[in-house]
Design a protein around this ligand. Structure first.
Ligand code: PGA
Length: 244
């Protein structure tokens, strides 16, 4: 695991977007798995801008959505579907054959999980995974207690996830379960980037980097990834024992 420090959110997001653009230039059939949420919002905007400015051919890469709230329709503005469509698929005019998101409205969610697992296997694995970190240390919906070897699965959401998650929605929503790519896939991904910004993330970043590796604090798995990168701004780094 390596730590990459940036002055602020803008610099961090600019680095991440450049990295993706260059990776697609080098490997047009790249498999990218990404989280939605507040943290990757600017990376997504900058990615679109840079792809367009640099006229990068993005017709061959594959996009996988990390997770989704179970039971929410794609039209709900707080859904991950909505985020990816508005921020990436529509502006980049991606073909629907290029992206795969969990259908969290499906009756058979287990089949959604096996579809994702098969997709990852058929594509030869994930090249780049970009994730955020929750206030309980979750990654995607890999909540505290999730096995480090799990594949795609449906999770009961932690109380913290249910309450913090309200920020994505226009009004109160009842959140119960999530569907997510698991840590078995994260560990097999060639390069994993965990991004965090702002002082509210300082405590969880300290635990991620300096705490014990334990399934009760999911993001600590990053310490075990040989090509795991933690991207933090000054505020998120503010509680680390060793200044970055
Ligand atoms: P955020 O979410 O990027 O909106 O802070 C992170 C997460 O809960 O995974």
């Amino acid at each position: 695991m390596q730590i990459l420090s940036f002055k602020n959110y803008e610099e961090l997001s600019g680095y991440m977007a450049d990295f993706i653009v260059n990776s697609i230039k080098n490997k047009p059939n790249l498999v990218l798995c990404m989280a939605s949420g507040s943290t990757p919002a600017l990376t997504s905007d900058l990615l679109v801008q840079k792809m367009k400015d640099q006229k990068v051919d993005h017709s061959k890469f594959t996009f996988l959505g990390l997770d989704e709230w179970v039971g929410l329709p794609p039209t709900n503005s707080g859904s991950c579907h909505h985020f990816f469509h508005k921020k990436l698929f529509e502006p980049l005019e991606l073909s629907s054959s290029q992206y795969f998101l969990f259908n969290a409205m499906a009756d058979d969610l287990r089949s959604e999980c096996s579809k994702m697992d098969k997709m990852i296997a058929n594509k030869g694995g994930i090249d780049i995974m970009i994730v955020g970190i929750g206030m309980n240390g979750h990654i995607g919906f890999n909540e505290p207690g999730t096995s480090f070897t799990s594949l795609s699965h449906v999770a009961d959401l932690d109380e913290i996830t249910k309450s913090v998650g309200q920020k994505y929605f226009d009004g109160p929503v009842e959140l119960g379960k999530g569907i997510t790519i698991g840590f078995g896939h994260l560990m097999n991904t060639k390069k994993v980037f965990l991004m965090a910004n702002g002082s509210k993330k300082a405590e969880v970043i300290k635990k991620t980097i300096e705490g014990p590796v334990t399934e009760s604090f999911p993001a600590s798995i990053m310490q075990q990834h040989a090509n795991g990168f933690i991207l933090i701004d000054e505020e998120a780094a503010s509680l680390l024992s060793k200044p970055q």
